[in-house]
Design a protein around this ligand. Structure first.
Ligand SMILES: [Zn+2]
Length: 161
């Protein structure tokens, strides 16, 4: 059982609070504190709202660029993942509570435990890539092929974990 849980906005909305240490970044907290979950937040006396260190934010961005999820991650998502990476670096047994597909995908890439709230666990790692319609080369991002100048189209590829 993880000792620390990093909470996504959906975890607050669904009211899923397992026992243990609960942490969330300020951006996620700001999203939910005015919502219907305000009451539940008040009950969460053990909740720590903490900004992740910049080096972990950079680490998450790097990993998300590699999986092609960078464009799908909101600043809150990046902070969420960064906070989980930080907790793990501090020696904690940590799990992220999130239903967000891109968050799950990047967490998997980083080897971070994730507990989905509603969706089924994904068995395959989804890799997003931009494929050139001219020369068929693939790139992690961009709109125009740097090799032949043709447009790049977003494609989803599944890779076995
Ligand atoms: Zn090309």
């Amino acid at each position: 059982m993880p000792q620390t849980y990093v909470l996504d906005a959906s975890a607050f909305i669904y009211g899923m609070f397992p026992g243990g240490e609960l942490v969330t970044p300020p951006k996620v907290y700001a999203e939910v504190k005015d919502e219907a979950s305000a009451l539940k937040l008040e009950m969460l006396t053990g909740l720590a709202v903490r900004e992740p260190e910049i080096r972990h934010v950079e680490e998450v961005k790097k990993e998300a660029r590699e999986t092609g999820d960078i464009m799908r991650l909101s600043p809150s998502d990046v902070d969420l993942l960064a906070l989980a990476a930080e907790e793990r670096a501090a020696g904690k047994d940590v799990a992220i509570l999130s239903d967000d597909y891109a968050v799950q995908n990047v967490a998997r890439k980083m080897g971070l435990a994730i507990l989905p709230l509603h969706q089924k666990r994904i068995k395959y790692k989804i890799v997003w890539e931009k494929r050139c319609i001219g020369c068929n080369r693939t790139f992690p991002e961009g709109d125009v092929c740097p090799v032949c100048g043709s447009p790049l189209k977003l494609r989803k590829r599944s890779a076995k974990r």
